[in-house]
Design a protein around this ligand. Structure first.
Ligand SMILES: [Zn+2]
Length: 429
């Protein structure tokens, strides 16, 4: 009980004051509600009910950690224009029905070290006294202004969506069951292990497997098969949410972290399997369509997709899902997210994409603003995912190769911010 008082004291000294981010009073109230619930549970539990004491002690530790993380979050450390757009998707997909009506999640942001730090903590378990979900979005501090990489958060959003009970049944039956098709490589842990250790594996994979220290039969007592499936699900959600910029961010970041593409972790499957899947998915969704050769976008868009396909490994060992499995799960995810706008990515027209790219080539933030032939200004709405897509194209097409990648990122970050102002004006008109 002393620790309950300590946590209350911590709350009073930190979150009670406005830390300059949106809704800090709401965070304070949510934390108070949780603390009061935990305290009353502990008061009600008899001293011999060790289970209740342990559960609520765990909740109390979590709460103390949460308060400290919220306190550490601050506006200056991340790309806020991007986060504001991301929040709209998070609210659309993670709002929960409660006794007090629909409650959108509270979102706050943390900066942390390391390329592998992108994450959204989405509270798999929270005390039942809590009134709303709190989402923590984590960015690597070193990539603060690299908005093109931030599209990887579509994957993290996937975890948050998967952990919401309202989506779980649908995802289990329409996505997980299809990925785990009895005839496929993910039919069971044994089937996946058999494929991983099969003769068709490339030599560098065989070398890695001989180094890991366990054989085919022990594989999934050492790594978590269901976590692998969850990672794959989240990649697919990222693809449907962020479109081509997710493809580029995934390829760059995953191969940046595991260049061979054949290593894996306890909860993360092989980079090469994941990237091959997403590239195939992008094709099935028609994301890699290119206009006819007379269109001014043709060459640059072609260059972008051949860059992306450069990450694709050839050989059946790398393709762990069939085309019909991928097509079916993507259709299911599109159906789910299509009901939750603006969660699902919609492709821009080639003309609109070209206009954004042309601005970037002139080192102007790519937004929905231009001066027409009569000298009048014309504004239109632009999805922030089209801005990041144009940014990725600009970073891969030859004439702007001399524009540093960091500058393209800054131009896109500014564009997302300016577009907010344009959209506000359009709504008022
Ligand atoms: Zn993940």
């Amino acid at each position: 009980m002393q620790e309950c008082l300590n946590v209350r004291d911590l709350l009073d000294k930190t979150l009670r004051f406005d830390y300059g981010f949106d809704g800090s009073r709401e965070f304070f109230e949510e934390c108070i509600a949780r603390l009061e619930f935990i305290t009353s549970e502990l008061n009600a539990a008899s001293e011999t009910d060790l289970n209740a004491v342990e559960t609520n002690g765990g909740h109390l530790n979590e709460l103390a950690g949460l308060i400290c993380r919220i306190e550490r979050s601050s506006l200056g450390e991340y790309s806020w224009p991007f986060v504001e757009e991301l929040k709209k998707i998070a609210v659309a997909t993670c709002t929960e029905a409660t006794l007090h009506g629909d409650k959108p999640p509270k979102v706050y942001v943390l900066a942390d070290g390391g390329l592998d730090r992108y994450a959204i903590y989405s509270e798999k378990k929270k005390p039942s006294g809590s009134k709303r979900l709190i989402l923590t979005i984590v960015f690597p501090k070193s990539l603060k202004h690299f908005v093109l990489f931030h599209s990887i958060l579509g994957h993290e959003l996937g975890h948050a969506i998967w952990h919401r009970s309202k989506h779980q049944q649908y995802i289990k039956s329409r996505v997980i069951a299809v990925l785990a098709d009895p005839a496929g490589i993910f039919a069971s842990p044994q089937a996946t292990a058999r494929h991983l250790y099969s003769q068709s594996a490339p030599q560098e994979a065989k070398d890695f497997l001989s180094r890991v220290g366990f054989g085919e039969a022990e594989l999934f007592s050492n790594v978590q098969w269901t976590a692998w499936l969850e990672e794959i699900l989240c990649d697919l959600i990222g693809l449907v949410t962020f479109g081509p910029s997710f493809v580029a961010a995934l390829c760059e970041l995953l191969y940046g972290l595991t260049p061979s593409g054949v290593t894996f972790g306890r909860s993360h499957p092989l980079t090469s399997w994941r990237v091959n899947l997403i590239l195939k998915g992008a094709t099935l969704l028609g994301y890699d369509a290119v206009p006819e050769s007379s269109h001014p976008l043709h060459n640059d868009l072609q260059a972008f997709w051949s860059y992306a396909r450069g990450f694709q490994k050839s050989g059946t060992w790398f393709d762990v899902f069939s085309e019909s499995q991928i097509g079916s799960v993507l259709a299911a995810i599109q159906e789910l997210l299509g009901r939750l706008p603006p969660a699902s990515y919609g492709a821009p027209t080639f003309d609109a994409l070209y206009e954004l790219l042309a601005q970037l080539k002139k080192q102007i933030p790519p937004v929905g603003f231009k001066i027409n032939e009569r000298g009048e200004s014309v504004c239109n709405s632009v999805d922030f995912r089209h801005i990041t897509f144009a940014g990725w194209i600009a970073s891969k097409c030859n004439p702007t190769a001399e524009v540093p990648f960091s500058l393209i990122n800054k131009l896109c970050e500014h564009a997302i911010m300016q577009q907010r102002a344009i959209d506000t004006m359009l709504r008022a008109a």
